[in-house]
Design a protein around this ligand. Sequence first.
Ligand code: SF4
Length: 266
Amino acid sequence: MLDRFNRKINYLRISVTDRCNLRCHYCMPADNPCMLRHQDILRFEEIQQVVAVAAALGVDKIRLTGGEPLVRRDIVELVSMISAVPGLSDLAMTTNGILLPDFALPLARAGLRRVNISLDTTDAVKFREITRGGDIQKVFKGIEAAREAGLLPVKVNCVVGPGPHGEDARGVADYCMRNGLQLRFIQQMDLQAGHFGIVEGGSGGDCKHCNRLRLTSDGKMKPCLFSDLSYDIRQLGIHRAMEMALDTKPEKGTVNRLNCFHNIGG
Ligand code: SF4
């Protein structure tokens, strides 16, 4: 499907939860993050229906995000339900990797194709600071498990600040080079201020060639990450919500005053 700027929209990013087992300081406040009510979170059947409608409209690429998607109970079952939808050429996930050592193989068997794993430093102490308590060894084991399970290519998402890449980013680049991993540098974003950049080594943030829509974990179809626009699939119906998102997709992102990163999945 084409939007009104003739961009081919074939990619749907689905946030399956706003919960996370880390508290990265640029994504989530340390305490009392604004969390969605359990009953507002989409059920698996609803997510599968959205994917089926999207696939029928021309979407062939799905990415599961969060919060942290692996904290959603029975996530392997959801992957299996989505991978059964005809017409998909790609099913990927963005994860912080902490739970991946246990999930990589079951996810691959359920139909997941590949993963992007967040890693902003290779220094264990700094990692614990950035994530407010995370254990970097679990991420390294998660990367290994993803590779062994055939979730390839394994890509690393490294969030960087403005200006030239610092010591942490260079350390991650080194680590990726030594381990044959693909690397994406993602400029730290600010939804409310409208600060974002094009992902180095990826396609995010390139408005001119944007190919994506987003579904929040409580069922809001969003035409753009940096926009307040959203369409409730439970009120409008899936097809109408997708149509409206496509028809109102902005030429480029501006600001998003209504969402937090952990409930929209970046
Ligand atoms: S800011 Fe919006 S239009 Fe630009 S790349 Fe992101 S989602 Fe696409």
